[in-house]
Design a protein around this ligand. Sequence first.
Ligand code: NIG
Ligand code: FE
Length: 421
Amino acid sequence: MNSVSELTLINACLVTMTPGAMGYQISSPKTVQLKAGKIVSISNSELTCKEVKEEAPQRRVYDCKNRLVTPGLIDCHTHLVFAGNRSNEFEMRLNGVHYTEIAKQGGGILSTVHATRNATVEQLTELALHRLIGLTNTGVTSVEIKSGYGLTLDDEIKMLRAAKALEHHMHVKVETTLLAAHTTPPEYKDNPDRYIDLICEEIIPLVAEENLASSVDVFCESIGFNLAQTEKVFRAAKQYGLHVKGHTEQLSNLGGSALTAAFNGLSVDHIEYLDEKGVAALAQSNTVATLLPGAFYFLRETQRPPIELLRQHNVPMAIATDFNPGTSPFADLTMMMNMSCTLFGLTPEEALRGVTCNAAKAIGHSTTRGQIEVGFDADLAIWDISHPADLSYQVGIPRLAARIVDGVLSKDGGSCYDIGK
Ligand code: NIG
Ligand code: FE
């Protein structure tokens, strides 16, 4: 491996997020060697740039100047790829129409489906890139992106391809999830089970064959799909070697979280209406509880997720933006950390675990991402802050000094991109 893929960080004050109390402590200044996309050593030696250069003249060195370094943040639940805009529905809701009612009238998810079907892969990628800048500027190095606004074989695949293409334009890792079971498309309005068959018999097999997604998600809800339909989709996903996860217990308690846990799901997301039985099921299967405070806030919900029960049962909690046009138009993961503290009562330490080690688990990468450890991916965020709690405390102040993805440094948060590349 040549020196181009090697980078040495000096004077890096690490917040490693490894398990245990030490993970949230700020370390003394360290030297961190990155090679071939991995963290290869962490040492105490306080080398100067000059000393490193004398030892290995070709080596690239970045002086962190005692700045705080965390694992790169992971946004483990987004709907970043879509066309159109739903500010009209925001207005409708503030004039008294409920989200569920808008969906029943053919608005909501279906209005985004209409716009997304009319867009090309290139248009979808360009629209998503713009949103991605917001995320990378808040230290995000990995982002999960769902389909779910196409709802035909071709349009779901188009969305997944647009999501994957983002990696060619920005330094970021994209994890794709098939959410064909987001809502029943108009063509199957009178026969949703037939649409479930299409997902199981055609969409999942092709997505698996073409390696377009690593997980399959279902919106298990009265305005989405019932338990039996969700189970059918999960069975097909497992048959094709894909992980499962669920939009569950967002607006009511259908038992979708326990079902997801029974399939060893990676995560259950939203979970405002989750009860103790559901929490116990998560604890048994080691499924992550993903909190989406942006959607809770934007829909002006009052039912909070059962944080205390999740703590008691040691269920790992992740936090994500759920970026989407209908319920969470917020491309700032640190703002979600702040909201998880102010709205749900998480501690700043829990919030940081929620966007690092626990978010890594929610996307199936717990052994390689979300912690600063030898052998883990060289995905890091370097911050102009004095304490890790500042990430949850402040909103809107640019604090990111640099991001590193697979050992490659971008000093601007990575917001420069080239769509023509
Ligand atoms: O995660 N809950 C379902 N899906 C999205 C909302 C999608 C939309 O309204 O466009 C969510 O909140
Ligand atoms: Fe969502």
